[in-house]
Ligand binder design. Structure first.
Ligand SMILES: [Zn+2]
Length: 434
């Protein structure tokens, strides 16, 4: 079932020549006619007229060069359930997707879902994804999920979770065992996290066990949070047990009061928001203005393609639009680009490695076609044009740690057509699940 990501092309030395380089840290800048030099998967120089000696050269003229996007919350396995819940609210989604369809997911569906879901990310310029994988009905599902991510060649934080409606599947031995078997090596591209139910949905004694497991395994946590149904003040409940820590990513939180957001900020934890899905499912008012007001490290999440779009460009626009409907200080296009890159990297604890084009960072880089009909003439405000106008079809080239996973507008995965056929077959079978 495992297909190693041997398809990716990775020269020792790669020069992206003459692009319009849009970096996002410490603030958004656009530099015309600029080169990016990559050695052994790391950015080693950014400037004009860099030497191409010994390097494979990519012509980046007529291209916008950006750091790869970071999706901080996505249930990747659900790519084989695309658009089953576009018109559903949160309650209907839970009943249909997690109640009825999740139990019908075989390990091979999870593999295909994660492979194609990750390829969908890469195709649209998302080079890192936090996969909140709550589909581990059995050990084989976890193995399949990790194999799918690795086969795609994406950078990922695999959040091990269990199906919320299958509490018997919550077994710490499965997590320990999966870590032993699949995360003992030095694969830096796919790393492990724990994605438990958390204080909003499970009793605090169960929460404490989960938090202790993450500490024992020395892995970060990702957890959905809101007021209730179990704890009305879930962040306070964590604080009272001494469980607030800097390695926890809190997801959504729309119904939390400001003082609990401030507790997260004080703990060094981070927030992942999914503005499109939060509006679509009715989670509550938009979060970005509130999270900024309390100084919370924040990233963006696609969340579910059962109900909304899977690309970052759609999410940039949803985030900007919903921020304009909320109270608080006004946000701008450049703020969106930072959220989607360095903000997401910081939320995942990876800002020292990814999220910008700084020298020393991993070469997670995307090139957009500036000569496309919807981007041509964008010299007035390049960052603004990316946020307002770009779409996945503009993504020409994608590098993950210097390895090419998309080139000339096409994914380079050698088994793409097989993966797509498998996804079609999985989706067709699941569609007839009673
Ligand atoms: Zn979620």
């Amino acid at each position: 079932m495992t297909t190693p990501a041997t398809h990716t092309h990775s020269p020792d030395r790669l020069l992206l020549r003459g692009g319009t380089v849009v970096d996002t840290d410490p603030h958004v800048t656009a530099r015309p006619n600029t080169d990016v030099l990559i050695e052994h998967g790391t950015i080693v120089a950014v400037g004009s007229g860099l030497s191409a000696e010994g390097a494979e050269v990519v012509d980046a003229r007529e291209r916008i060069v950006l750091p790869g996007f970071v999706d901080t919350h996505r249930h990747v396995w659900q790519s084989v359930l695309r658009a089953v819940a576009v018109d559903s609210d949160l309650g209907d989604y839970l009943g249909l997707v997690l109640g009825r369809l999740s139990p019908a997911m075989r390990p091979e569906d999870v593999y295909t879902g994660n492979l194609v879901g990750a390829l969908e990310c890469l195709d649209s310029g998302i080079t890192t994804v936090q996969d909140f994988s709550h589909v581990q009905h059995r050990a084989e599902h976890g193995d399949a999920a990790v194999s799918g991510l690795r086969a795609a060649g994406i950078r990922a934080v695999f959040g091990y979770g269990h199906p919320p409606f299958d509490p018997a599947a919550r077994d710490p031995r499965l997590v320990r065992d999966l870590r032993e078997r699949l995360f003992a090596g030095d694969d830096e591209l796919v790393t492990l996290a724990l994605a438990p139910g958390g204080p909003s949905y499970t009793p605090i004694d169960v929460v404490e066990e989960d938090w202790r497991l993450a500490a024992e395994l020395d892995i970060p946590l990702a957890v959905h949070v809101g007021s209730g149904p179990v704890a009305q003040r879930p962040i306070e409940a964590l604080r009272d047990r001494g469980l607030l820590n800097a390695r926890t990513l809190y997801i959504h939180g729309n119904s939390l009061p400001d003082d609990e957001l401030a507790m997260i900020a004080d703990s060094g934890g981070a927030l992942s928001i999914a503005p499109h899905i939060e509006a679509q499912m009715g989670h509550g008012a938009p979060m970005i203005n509130r999270s900024r007001a309390v100084g919370l490290v924040t990233g963006l999440g696609v969340d579910v393609v059962t109900s909304g779009p899977g690309d970052m460009f759609s999410l940039l626009r949803a985030t900007l639009l919903t921020s304009q409907l909320a109270e608080g200080s006004r946000l701008f296009a450049a703020d969106m680009l930072r959220l989607a890159t360095i903000g997401g990297a910081a939320a995942l604890g990876l800002a020292d490695r990814i999220g910008s084009l700084a020298v020393g960072k991993q070469a997670d880089v995307i090139l957009l076609r500036a000569d496309a009909v919807n981007l041509v003439g964008a010299t007035h405000d390049i960052a603004g044009a990316v946020v307002a106008s770009a779409h996945p079809g503009n993504v020409d080239t994608v590098l993950v740690a210097g390895r090419t996973v998309k080139r000339a507008g096409r994914l380079t995965h050698p088994h793409l057509s097989t993966a797509l056929a498998d996804a079609h077959n999985s989706a067709a079978r699941l569609a007839t699940t009673p």
